[in-house]
Design a protein around this ligand. Structure first.
Ligand code: PXG
Length: 463
């Protein structure tokens, strides 16, 4: 119980949190009514809270702790780097060993000729960088009119003004005057919710062709780029139909626009390959990275440019008037490098592809048979369940989101972190989760589904 002795009581911490901490994506009044759950330590896939409960973290934090918690190698590297060079910038013609080694390693791991990285502190600022970067790219090529960026409804690209504008989250646009100009959103490839009578393959083509229509509407001379997540994460693990990405790639190839794959979630093994671009056969000009780059042990992200984009910056771009104090932070870079070493040397991505990914897929499909579940879908180690009052007809609940919230609370009470997006239940566990831990995850999720169904029937929300 040592870990408890080191902290004030849970109630005291909750009171101080309620008094002084403004939480992200949180209804403050609702939180303060019950108090935050306080996580004090973690190991592998398990979290420990201030009351001593052990909770299976099926979200890997926020889709980021790919190598799992408690890897002391990363702490040792951070400590060494802090003693040697805790900070120096990468502006004004300087560099340092960790950022050089990390940039080189990213070039080696990413597909195609994605070989040059601009560093940020996370995904939001990397996507803001991307907006300025693609516009500067076209301006440097003598086409300053190409400024417009096409994105997707229900996409998520971050919370800064630019990246939240790229995102297609209506609730975010409703606050703070978004989106900024010269960004538009096309439909998402969400067959379960929006596919109507079309087959998934027909619908995938239709959703992709919306990009061609939007390029036509805006005018190719005005369009800089299209941005999308290989699999939408925060939108509810929307795995696109097999026809979608080939058609998107064909449309991008046929037009003079850049393709940005936002790999913040799908990068570094999440879909069972190093990058979602490999799983879905995408050839992006730029990718956004963060999260799994450091497994969340340090805040770091970046924009990785293919050779032909980087060449414009190297040859014609002049000074790129953009940068963050912590671009390529030495401690974050050293920790990321150590994380990539562990991912690679321990064959973690391979294990997901060959063993634990397929095992999770089999067990997840069993949850798909639950009477409360309309669809179970998965890509590597990210997966969703669609809760439905009638599991055979892709029907939605009359009051959207209520069932998801009830289920989320049952998961939490049962020591399982599973997130809800409306009535979709989603997971994204650490990539190191074992078969035995997957069994525990499935068992706890199954129990939460059973309890949710009892509640829904009692409340008349389900027959
Ligand atoms: N792109 C994608 C695809 C993301 O998922 C970002 C960019 C922004 O990254 P930063 O590091 O600035 O947060 C993300 C982040 C959720 C949730 O509840 C998802 C994210 C962040 C917070 C919550 O699903 N994704």
């Amino acid at each position: 119980m040592d870990h408890l002795a080191n902290h004030p009581t849970t109630a005291d911490m909750q009171a101080a949190d309620a008094a002084h901490h403004l939480h992200p994506f949180t209804d403050t009044a609702a939180l303060n009514e019950k108090g935050a759950r306080i996580i004090t330590s973690a190991k592998g896939v398990m979290l420990r809270d201030s009351e001593g409960n052990d909770i299976l973290d099926a979200m890997a934090g926020l889709w980021c702790v790919n190598i799992g918690y408690g890897r002391n190698e990363l702490a040792d590297v951070a400590s060494r780097q802090m003693r040697e060079l805790p900070y120096y910038n990468t502006f004004f013609q300087t560099s340092h060993p960790p950022v050089i080694a990390l940039a080189e390693k990213i070039a080696a791991l990413t597909p195609g000729d994605l070989n040059r990285t601009f560093f940020s502190c996370g995904g939001s600022d990397a996507n803001d960088t991307n907006i300025r970067l693609v516009r500067h790219y076209w301006a440097a090529l003598g086409k300053p009119g190409k400024r417009h960026i096409i994105a997707r409804k229900n996409g998520y690209h971050g919370s800064a003004m630019g990246s939240a504008s790229l995102g297609g989250m209506a609730a975010m646009h409703a606050q703070g005057g978004l989106p900024i100009p010269d960004i538009s959103h096309i439909a998402q490839p969400y067959w379960y919710g929006e596919g109507g009578d079309l087959s998934p393959e027909e619908f995938g083509l239709k959703a992709a062709r919306a990009l061609a229509e939007e390029i036509e509407r805006v005018g190719e001379d005005n369009v800089a780029a299209f941005i999308a997540e290989p699999v939408q994460g925060a939108g509810g693990v929307i795995v696109p139909p097999s026809t979608y990405w080939p058609e998107i790639q064909r449309i991008c190839d046929a037009h003079e626009i850049l393709l940005i794959a936002d790999e913040v979630i799908t990068g570094f093994g999440r879909t069972g390959a190093w990058f979602g671009a490999q799983t879905y056969g995408i050839r992006p000009d730029i990718i956004t990275i963060a999260k799994g780059l450091s497994s969340g042990y340090q805040p770091i992200g970046g924009s990785v440019l293919s050779e032909h984009v980087a060449a414009v910056f190297a040859e014609k771009g002049g000074e790129f008037n953009h940068g963050y104090t912590y671009s390529g932070h030495p401690v974050a870079a050293a920790v990321a490098l150590e994380n990539l070493r562990i991912l690679e040397e321990e064959g973690i991505v391979d294990t997901v592809a060959r063993d634990t990914g397929p095992y999770l897929a089999t067990r997840w499909a069993e949850l798909g048979e639950h009477p409360l579940v309309g669809e179970a879908r998965i890509s590597g180690m990210m997966a969703a369940l669609e809760l439905s009052p009638d599991a055979t007809g892709r029907k939605a609940f009359a009051e959207a989101g209520a069932a998801g919230l009830i289920c989320r609370d049952h998961c939490f009470a049962g020591n399982l972190v599973m997130r809800h997006v409306g009535d979709k239940m989603i997971i994204s566990p650490p990539l190191v989760i074992s078969r035995a831990e997957i069994d525990v995850l499935i068992e706890r999720a199954h129990k939460a589904l059973d309890l949710t169904m009892v509640d829904l029937k009692a409340q008349g929300l389900m027959r």
